[in-house]
Design a protein around this ligand. Structure first.
Ligand SMILES: *Cc1c(COP(=O)(O)O)cnc(C)c1O
Length: 495
């Protein structure tokens, strides 16, 4: 049965999966959402005998119904290959009583690789299916990790080019070096004098600019998005939650049907939404625990039903979660309104004009699958240090937000459901914060020395992604004001 997608703010118009992937964001500013979330058609027992790629197929075939079997398998083969440093792709590591789902074994050592290693293939396949002759220009705003993962995925992919905007002072040294040293004739990286929300808003405005769209079309270009608003990012992220449950069952860590909790360090709400979709598809998940850093707009939302971005934007040691407008929440809101485009539009209009909205009592009841907690900077450092001292396991600052929240959650609720923490980045990506958390004597050291120190204390090999940037040349050094983003794009494309 064919599954169609509709804009969360649209007029009910339906598009196919490949069209939704190509467009990224709907023209009315809404996000594409599936008409319904399909149920898995294989039993968990069957899934527990499959490897990552096989499970990827079982999940993706249900969402990408206008792709042929060969097309989906081809995309999967090209994505989950030796770019990952383990053929398990997403290993589960048990530390004491909790499982860390390590999503950082791809080429840029953050969880964004899980989806961005396949998105370029989904997109070029979608272009072919829809007879698109234009060059596809990927426009991306990044809080640090999406940028590099998208650059790595799209660099030198024929028929595409990519432009990445990042907050000049809002990313870690490793994150910045990874991006500004990116090779590839079709790749451009631009710093902006603003934060991630400014970058994301700027990109959304460029997408919505009709006049620019026409100029682009005359010149043979069209935009698409590699941000997690693209359904082609969300769908591949569901896979690892299904895979995790299947692996736990296979390894006899749980019995069939036993529920698990999932704790997700959250920014734009893409990763945790994928876990929610997995639950809707039939994976026995008890609570979806939304973990925030001090930018805790989502935690407040889950506690009060009020989403209010009118607050100070705080730069933290988990920069990929420094976000006040969590775009993917709109897809959850859409479900909570009973898939009402009108109600969703009203709430989102209120967000853009007043910076806030409140959901109804009825909608709040439907939020019971979720709970939200946050961790402050001291708590983040503390859990990194304590876990290292007690178990030798070293986690990055984003994962630490989730770990800290996990301990808070169980001490508050005494819930003894088995729990999986989504581990979203390698500690090497945030070596300074991680090492100074473990011992503040490291504060006086140079960043690159800290990488060697981390190697010594963790006995985890330095990833290639880090070795690569040690002596790479800086290629991209443009920095613009937030109101110059459109001009920068026009200049690059010469339109
Ligand atoms: C992007 C990112 C997050 C947040 O994920 P969302 O899907 O935006 O909620 C968390 N941790 C790391 C390391 C990330 O790169």
């Amino acid at each position: 049965m064919e599954l169609f997608y509709k804009s969360t703010r649209g007029d009910g118009n339906k598009v196919t999966a490949s069209q939704a992937i190509l467009q990224g964001l709907a023209e009315d500013g809404g996000l594409f959402a599936p008409e319904h979330i399909p149920m898995l058609d294989k039993s968990i027992e069957e899934l527990s005998n499959m490897d990552y790629k096989q499970i990827a197929y079982e999940v993706m075939k249900l969402f990408l119904t206008d792709f042929s079997k060969e097309e989906i398998l081809d995309c999967i083969e090209k994505a989950y290959d030796e770019k990952f440093d383990t053929n398990i792709i997403a290993p589960l590591v048990k530390v004491d009583d909790v499982y860390f789902l390590e999503l950082f074994h791809g080429s840029t050592i953050a969880f964004k690789d899980m989806a961005l290693s396949i998105l370029p293939h989904l997109l070029t396949t979608s272009a072919k299916k829809n007879n698109i002759k234009n060059e596809i220009v990927i426009l991306t705003a990044t809080s640090g990790d999406t940028g590099k993962a998208a650059l790595a995925g799209f660099a030198d992919v024929e028929g595409t080019s990519i432009i990445v905007f990042y907050p000049k002072d809002g990313v870690s040294l490793v994150q910045e070096l990874q991006m500004v040293t990116q090779k590839g004739d079709n790749a451009k990286v631009i710093g902006i004098k603003g934060n991630f929300d400014d970058a994301q808003t700027g990109v959304k405005n460029i997408f919505g600019d009709k006049e620019l769209k026409e100029k682009m079309s005359l010149a043979g270009y069209q935009f698409s998005s590699a941000n997690s608003i693209n359904i082609g990012r969300l769908v591949p992220q569901i896979v690892y939650y299904v895979y995790t449950y299947a692996s736990l069952l296979k390894n006899k860590e749980i019995t069939n049907g036993e529920k698990i909790n999932v704790i997700v360090p959250t920014g734009n709400f893409g990763n945790i939404l994928a876990a929610y979709y997995a639950k809707c598809m039939g994976i026995p998940i008890n609570k979806l625990v939304c973990a925030s850093n001090e930018n805790k707009v989502l935690v407040d939302f889950f506690n009060t039903g009020i989403y209010d971005r009118n607050r100070e934007f705080i730069l933290t040691s988990s920069p990929s979660m420094d976000i006040l407008i969590s775009s993917n929440l709109e897809r959850l809101i859409y479900i909570l309104t009973g898939q009402s485009e009108q109600k969703t539009s009203e709430l989102m209009n209120s967000l853009s004009s007043n910076g806030k909205y409140e959901i109804t009592e009825e909608m709040k009841v439907l939020l019971e699958d979720f709970v939200g907690y946050y961790a402050n900077e001291d708590e983040i450092s503390e859990v990194i240090k304590k876990t290292y001292n007690e178990t030798n396991y070293v986690m990055d600052t984003h994962t630490a937000v989730a770990a800290s929240v996990y301990f808070k959650y169980i001490s508050k609720t005494k819930d003894n459901t088995k729990s999986v923490i989504a581990s979203t980045a390698s500690p090497y990506k945030f070596a300074r914060s991680v090492m100074t958390a473990i011992d503040d004597q490291y504060a006086s050291k140079e960043d690159f020395d800290l990488i060697n120190d981390l190697n010594k204390i963790s006995e985890v090999e330095i990833p290639n992604a880090i070795k690569e940037i040690l002596d790479a040349k800086v290629i991209h050094d443009t920095v613009v004001e937030t109101n110059e983003m459109k001009k920068a794009v026009e200049k690059i494309l010469n339109v």
